[in-house]
Design a binder for this molecule. Sequence first.
Ligand code: CA
Length: 223
Amino acid sequence: MQVLLVEDNTLLANAIVRALKSAGFSINHVDRGDQALSAIKTSQPDIVVLDLGLPDTDGLEVLKSARKFGFSNPVLILTARDATSDKVLGLDAGADDYLAKPFEIDELLARLRALERRLSNVKSHSIEIGEVEIDTNSHEVTIAGQGISMSRREYMLLKALMESANKIQTRDVLDSKLYSWGEEVSSNTVEVHIHNLRKKLPSGFIQTVRGVGYVVRKQSGTG
Ligand code: CA
């Protein structure tokens, strides 16, 4: 589960990053609205935790823009204490939940887990393209009913490609699905994992779009 944290208060942000990492979330942190929008566009986080008082813009504007360009994953807003109007405006602008500052980190974790559950209920538990099927709950992959084993990163790449079938996934987007911000990513990591994945999948399942990225194609009339 990849979380984007948008928070300009360094102390609070660091505390949240630490807590979420140790709770097993993959977390990216930015502290400005413009960075938040470009991160939402490029890495499509599963959940966004969004402070409303940002140095360059109002968090509500970030939320509205993100919803306008089609970002539909959950957004939890962090509001100033007692600012009821902030909460109402935030929910109207497309937020899924809110937390008033100051809050306990445990409370934030509980809210994120609830959003995570909601997200996985909405999303179908299995994705099937041709003979390949993945179960997004159990992380099992089968080809023509035969279970195959793969590493966590291979699974994450395959899932990203199958979830966005027929859409070309750039190497940057795939990279960002694999790693949190700040971790070393060697430039050929995605290629290496794709190479290994291809050995396990039907030939031609993952197609290379030269100079751009990769795509899994779903033929109309199947799956
Ligand atoms: Ca702030």
